[in-house]
Design a protein around this ligand. Sequence first.
Ligand code: PLP
Length: 421
Amino acid sequence: MTLKERDKKHLWHPLTQHKIHPEALPIVKAKGAILFGEDGKEYIDGIASWYTAMFGHCNDFILNKVQEQMQQLDQIVFAGFTHEPAIRLSEELIKILPDNQQKIFFSDNGSTANEVGIKMALQYHFNKGEKRNTIIAFEDGFHGDTFGAMSASGLSVYNGPFEDFFIDVKRIATPNSENIDSVLEQLQQIIKNNKVAAFIYEPLVQGANAMHMFEAKYLDQILRICKEHSVITIADEVMTGFGKTGSYFASDHLQEKPDIISMSKALTAGFVPMAVTSCTQNIYNAFLDDSVGKAFFHAHTYSANPIACSASLAAIELLKTEEIQNNIQRVIASHKNFNDKIKNHPKIKTTRQKGVIYALDLNIKMDRYGKKRYEIFNHFINKGVFLRPLGNTVYIQAPYAVTQEQLEKIYDSIIDLLDFV
Ligand SMILES: Cc1ncc(COP(=O)(O)O)c(C=O)c1O
């Protein structure tokens, strides 16, 4: 039996309606930007496997570091124990995070990183004797699939059956030149009429919302108002972190730095799952007390797993190299050239770019997970390219390690698509 056939027997895939889409594409190996299929075909990973494998799959440098760590220390309880990979990672993260970040808390994935951030913010106020129970979030943001993170997510396509069980979230639109005054007014009203604990946001690029982008200067205005009212600001950098926007973090493009930052995905370069929630000294201090009850009672078994920390340390080392920084600049320039070539095509409605993230909207109406979307997905697969359209948006977020030839192949597959849609 093939992997494809065996898969169907016991496996239940995420974001999949198995009645309509019973088949998954088996991948047997990956190297650099290439995925090798069971079918003998090669696919360029145009989205770095959900923006994780930014240094290329099975990167030799990271692989060696992880192997060394595996022989030294595999796992240890992080409550009451500590270890060098976690200590060193905290030091390295603090060096590249915005200046106000001082403390590092570990969890397992992007959703839990946000869950931790939300809980930290709620308990921060609680510990200070204030009961604040409302969170503000952007419309159509995405923060993950656990309950707190899901509550903050505005994309109803994921939320439908659970909405009655959510924590209290009020939404504001993402800002632009036309709506900024009304967004700020609405924000002030929400703060006035509720006990707002925190504002959670994806800085500058909303990933799952079809790579929707907005300007730093407007987000700064929002953050300023939050800070004036002691509303804790949580930057969800799960997607944007570690170089995607052209700087280490999207928050680097802003004047106002967040109180809390959640990160995952490229943190461990696609090797193993791990997440970090960082925060300021001020947040941390609110949990210090003679009473145990004021401590942060949140833990995951694999918190700060040494192997995951070693992958992350290697990834950060690579991120800082001239080679990777040059690659990032090459990809940014290359997307710009491609955009100049195609932006006026009649089948394209709009295009946008932030750092290595490039997106275009097709000039057609489409459901997010409808038939047409699958036809487009299959078009790319047939061309040997893995791109995962979000509704009528096609986006690229290839590994920094992608070669120019591979990038051109991705662009060609998009140009071909414009003839076919
Ligand atoms: C901005 C953002 N936050 C949170 C998440 C959730 O991360 P995870 O899938 O690791 O739980 C994602 C996943 O795509 C994301 O893009």
